[in-house]
Design a protein around this ligand. Structure first.
Ligand SMILES: NC(=O)c1ccc[n+]([C@@H]2O[C@H](COP(=O)([O-])OP(=O)(O)OC[C@H]3O[C@@H](n4cnc5c(N)ncnc54)[C@H](OP(=O)(O)O)[C@@H]3O)[C@@H](O)[C@H]2O)c1
Length: 394
């Protein structure tokens, strides 16, 4: 039986060749007629059109995971040799407790709604927020409130994970800002699923963001660690009116928020004093810190120097203590405060990353199967920068 497909929308010969050779490899296809469309489409559009045309032509029998411009024949072949899968791996927890409550399971792969994009997650992270939610480690005054919010007897949201990087695999019919093949970065906070999963559906527009094109300068692992620490630091430093030429002290400078804060303050042209253990001095200096103080050996509040901003990036100092070294108009900011960063914050971070001014510090990387070990490590409270879960091997 001869199947003949006509694919339109390709305006460059390499795309034609890829599609043609790929189609010829599919069972029963013995003839392919690739015709040219108008040549106004961009290369990316061509790929997009080619992909949807192929999906239609193949009647959804095969899953096409990616389409690139310069694939080799062998890579192209792999698109068509994978049978369509409806299952994916994810990490779930159905009770609060130690890292052992986390389980890698197979669940149904989601399908994007008309306003959503389906992202194949390449990397996510273990934030201190993830470990806190998992263990239900909340201050006594907030405990009941937080448990009512996140699940009184068991977690309402069974998949943790607050940030990710990945590639758009499919888009709903109303999506206009993203297309198949886009590399993206974002946070699923406020969605029903977190990012400890192989696939995630995310609306292209949300009230509090946030999805953006991945900075080209960052690897997938680095990009996954950009949103949470970076957006928190940027939001709080902006609130404290960070400006050029200021003197900024960052307390707890070696964590995820702290390591982002150093780079953001330096990018703005401030002078940075980093407070951390002496074992982390090299790290914070490599990120731009001008001076360092070991909190275990020296009380920062006894410094003679005065600061425009004291930023508590780890929630372990206080405004009353910071006041002693603040200038008259100086400001105190802390991660203990509620924050509400949005799309504009992530976009600013991506811009700074592309300008070479911001690069998330990666402490350790674990595979998805190592999620329990990764949580055990973060539980110790000593992580430097970020802990990444690499879902697709780089
Ligand atoms: N408000 C928000 O929206 C928001 C968002 C994100 C995070 N947070 C909160 O911000 C905090 C920091 O999170 P993170 O992920 O950046 O860091 P983290 O992983 O919780 O902190 C680890 C770092 O903190 C340092 N540290 C621990 N105790 C310290 C102390 N007493 N003094 C100074 N440094 C200390 C450790 O360095 P040493 O080993 O040298 O001690 C380590 O490098 C967490 O409490 C998190 O829940 C809040």
């Amino acid at each position: 039986m001869v199947h003949k497909y006509q694919i339109t929308g390709m305006t460059c010969t390499s795309c034609e060749a890829i599609v043609k050779s790929a189609l010829l490899m599919v069972n029963n296809v013995t003839a392919v007629d690739v015709s040219k469309a108008d040549n106004s489409a961009t290369i990316t559009m061509e790929k997009h059109i080619a992909l949807s045309a192929l999906q239609k032509a193949l009647n959804s029998k095969y899953q096409i995971s990616a389409i690139y411009h310069s694939e080799t024949f062998e890579q192209t072949k792999s698109w068509f040799t994978t049978e369509k899968t409806t299952k994916m791996k994810a990490v779930t927890y159905t009770q609060y407790g130690p890292p052992g409550v986390l389980n890698v399971v197979d669940i149904e792969k989601p399908t994007p709604k008309s306003n959503e994009v389906l992202v194949k997650i390449h990397a996510t992270t273990v934030t201190s927020g993830d470990t806190r939610l998992r263990s239900s480690d909340f201050p006594p005054v907030a405990w009941l409130f937080v448990r009512l919010m996140y699940g009184l007897f068991k977690p309402k949201k069974e998949i943790l994970g607050h940030e990710f990087s990945g590639i758009v695999e499919a888009v709903g019919k109303d999506v206009t800002s993203y297309k198949v093949g886009d590399e993206v970065v974002g946070t699923p906070t406020t969605l029903t699923s977190g990012s400890y999963t192989e696939y995630l559906c995310i609306p292209e527009n949300r009230k509090k963001g946030v999805l953006a094109l991945k900075p080209k300068t960052l690897s997938m692992n680095e990009a996954a660690a950009l949103p949470v620490g970076g957006m928190t630091a940027l939001f709080l430093l902006q609130k404290a009116k960070l400006n050029t030429g200021q003197n900024v002290l960052i307390y707890g400078a070696s964590g995820s928020v702290g390591s982002s804060a150093i780079q953001l303050a330096k990018a703005k042209g401030a002078s940075v004093t980093a407070v951390c253990s002496s074992s982390n001095f090299d790290m914070v200096k490599s990120l731009g810190a001008d001076a360092t103080i070991d909190y275990k050996r020296q009380d920062y509040s006894l410094l003679d120097q005065k600061f425009d901003i004291v930023f508590d990036a780890v929630g372990k100092t206080s405004k009353s203590k910071a006041k002693k070294i603040l200038k008259k108009e100086g400001r105190f900011a802390s991660v203990a405060a509620l924050t509400s960063p949005g799309q504009e914050h992530l976009e600013e971070l991506c811009k700074l990353a592309d300008e070479g001014k911001l690069k998330p510090f990666i402490n350790k990387t674990f595979p998805l199967s190592g999620i329990v070990e990764a949580h055990e490590y973060v539980d110790k409270g000593r992580k430097r920068g970020n802990v990444v879960i690499e879902i697709v091997k780089q």
